[in-house]
Design a protein around this ligand. Structure first.
Ligand SMILES: Cc1cc2nc3c(=O)[nH]c(=O)nc-3n(C[C@H](O)[C@H](O)[C@H](O)COP(=O)(O)O)c2cc1C
Length: 430
């Protein structure tokens, strides 16, 4: 829309009513007097010269397809079962991805009317998951993200979307994403002039190099402790473990190895060792659990589930390290030494992010480190190698990944001096 005038000269000059042939006139009248005119575009559907705004002028150039598209657009709004808030969240993801200003402007208002909060809309604008708890909106958002950025839906997304929206809702969201990508393509190609007297505001610009996949994966990478026993395909396991190998380490010594434990007998022993450790670790909170935040109670319940079902997890990735291969630059200081771990945990984090990207649930656990002697024996780990993380991996039982609670960047990132804020608070996060 920004360069609409120059585009106009080489593209489509909006058709004024006197320039329409009979077929175009019929479609023009249908759009102008149809339900759209009373809806969101009330008063702005035609410009001062009578031409149609948004994609509708382009539709007039091919009246048969244009009228089908027009009816399809209306039917998506009036004849579908998918909740309006979910549908609008999906459309906003498309408008955001294509930076289609008119579509964003029109559907931002539709989303507000459908009950999406400002925080949800702001998050979508910034290519983050909306904070809402509404499972239908979250499912529709995930569908749109995967279709737009990955061109297909992952198995877990399909399953979750089917549970949240039903088969019909799932398909309707997929259809809406397709239709609005078409609309975005038309808007961005033809860049029609704005409606008369209206300031069209599109989504905020995003840094082009800000790959959505990473930000989406990292900002929804929470501990997933309820995992299904279904196997993980060999190729998938290879991909996520390969991602672990890309991690940095001091002097590039890569002093770590990972053992993918799938043997039911060994996993059974892990579960027996983990359960009492988990119980002891959470014991101090149990008496007052009901007074604690719901999210904490949920985490403990999910942790209980993991403790009870660890042996059913398809893979437990056990990370081992060679203490002699660590570059420990803080060994002499009078405080706990942590630098050695810096050569080890990036590999785990890479694995977690790769699992998230695959739709696999996982959680970094360390309680079994206290049982190192037994684990070493079970897995044939030679001296002087030791263990530093045990990561159960599997397809999530329920929602799996989702929004995380972390300190805002402006409270942890400082400018030149400790405590001096580097950034002002982000809009919508206050
Ligand atoms: C070093 C480390 C050790 C952890 N150990 C365990 C563990 O033994 N068991 C467990 O269930 N979670 C463990 N976690 C997961 C944390 O509890 C979890 O990341 C944190 O509570 C934040 O939760 P969220 O990621 O779901 O937001 C560990 C995390 C880290 C970084």
């Amino acid at each position: 829309m920004r360069h609409w005038f120059s585009r106009l000269m080489s593209g489509l000059r909006p058709l004024t009513p006197d320039a329409l042939d009979e077929e175009q006139r019929a479609l023009y009248d249908a759009i102008r007097t149809g339900p759209r005119a009373q809806g969101l575009l009330d008063g702005v559907l035609t410009r001062a010269d009578g031409s149609l705004v948004g994609p509708f002028d382009a539709w007039l150039r091919s009246p048969v397809l244009g009228s089908l598209l027009e009816r399809l657009g209306m039917a998506l709004r009036t004849d579908t079962l998918v909740p309006a808030a979910a549908r609008e969240a999906a459309i906003l993801v498309v408008a955001r991805a294509w930076s289609a200003d008119f579509e964003w402007w029109a559907h931002r208002r539709a989303a507000q009317d459908a009950g999406l909060s400002e925080a949800d809309i702001e998050a979508i604008a910034r290519r983050r998951p909306p904070p809402t708890d509404d499972p239908a909106v979250r499912a529709a958002h995930e569908i749109a993200i995967e279709l737009v950025y990955k061109r297909a839906l992952q198995t877990t997304t399909l399953a979750q979307a089917k549970a949240a929206l039903g088969e019909r809702g799932l398909v309707e969201v997929v259809m809406a994403v397709g239709v609005y990508q078409l609309v975005s393509g038309a808007l961005n190609s033809f860049q029609p002039p704005p409606p008369t007297g209206v300031n069209i505001e599109g989504p905020p610009p995003v840094e082009e190099h800000a790959g959505y996949d990473f930000y989406h994966a990292a900002s929804t990478l929470r501990a997933v402790r309820k995992l299904r026993p279904d196997p993980i395909p060999e190729a998938t396991l290879r991909r996520v473990l390969k991602a672990a190998t890309w991690a940095p380490s001091g002097g590039n010594r890569q002093p770590w190895r990972v053992i993918a434990v799938r043997d039911p007998a060994i996993k059974q022993r892990f579960a027996e060792l983990y359960r009492p450790r988990w119980t002891a670790y959470t014991e101090p909170y149990r008496a007052e659990l009901e007074t604690l935040a719901a999210s904490f109670q949920g985490a403990v319940a999910a942790g209980d589930h993991l403790a009870e079902h660890l042996h059913e997890t398809p893979v437990v990735a056990v990370f081992c390290f060679d203490p002699e291969g660590l570059a420990i630059t803080d060994a002499e200081l009078d405080r706990p030494s942590v630098v050695g771990g810096g050569s080890l945990y990036p590999a785990v984090q890479n694995l977690l992010l790769a699992c998230r990207t695959e739709g696999l649930g996982c959680v970094l656990t360390t309680l079994l480190c206290a049982e190192e002697e037994t684990v070493r024996e079970l897995l044939g780990i030679p001296e002087p190698w030791a263990t530093y993380a045990h990561v159960p991996i599997g397809w999530p039982v329920g929602g799996g990944h989702g929004p995380i609670a972390r300190r805002p960047v402006e409270t942890v990132a400082y400018a030149d001096q400790f405590g001096e804020p580097l950034f002002p608070p982000e809009p919508g996060t206050g």
